[in-house]
Design a protein around this ligand. Structure first.
Ligand code: 6PG
Ligand code: NI
Length: 184
């Protein structure tokens, strides 16, 4: 079972123990993505923003395999921007993905290759289909951990550079206690 998510049990032996990768992303790893650099500088760089457990039953770059992962985003803000993931396009651009929210509340921020940005509300049980050629990022808009599972093709890969250089065309901020997607 997952160390972080109570109630998740892996039935298949190949998904227990081996081929599991656990990472955390701290504020010091996320300097590019938050808008309010002044607020960021006042915070502890070791603050954990999110953690990801990934399950790789086949080798990376194998065409036709599937990967599974659970992301846990801690509650918090940098200035008025919610704690969120780096966000990425897949390296093989046309590869899609499914997200399914487990706990908490959040927003899935999506951007196509013409830089049109929109968002979908995440809540326990919400299932999100992320089309190919679409950058994706998730933000925790609640006061508890936001967790969701993801399913993606084994050869998809991650292109982080495009987002770290250009960002999304809109940012998600807290206004009067509510999330709002605004142009930069
Ligand atoms: C993926 C998924 C997902 C994602 C995490 C962390 O393609 O692997 O979209 O597992 O990686 O939610 O987000 P970042 O990869 O953008 O840091
Ligand atoms: Ni992805």
């Amino acid at each position: 079972s997952s160390i972080l998510e109570p109630g998740i049990t892996f039935i298949n032996k190949e998904l227990k123990g081996k081929n599991i990768d656990r990472i955390d992303r701290r504020l010091k790893n996320l300097k590019d993505i938050f808008f309010d650099k002044t607020a960021l500088e006042k915070m502890d760089p070791e603050t954990v923003v999110y953690e990801v457990e990934s399950y790789f039953p086949v080798e990376h770059d194998i065409e036709g395999g599937l990967f599974y992962g659970i992301t846990y985003i801690h509650p918090g803000t940098v200035g008025n921007e919610y704690f969120m993931t780096k966000g990425h396009f897949h390296k093989i651009r046309n590869r899609g993905e499914f997200y399914c929210t487990l706990q908490g509340e959040g927003m899935l921020i999506l951007m196509d290759e013409n830089r049109n940005t929109w968002a979908e509300k995440m809540y326990p049980g919400s299932i999100h289909y992320i089309k190919g050629n679409t950058a994706h990022r998730t933000a925790n808009t609640g006061n508890t951990i936001l967790s969701f599972s993801a399913f993606w093709p084994s050869d998809a890969g991650h292109d982080y550079a495009t987002i770290s250089e250009q960002g999304f065309s809109k940012i998600l901020v807290q206004r009067q206690g509510k999330p709002e997607l605004i142009s930069r």
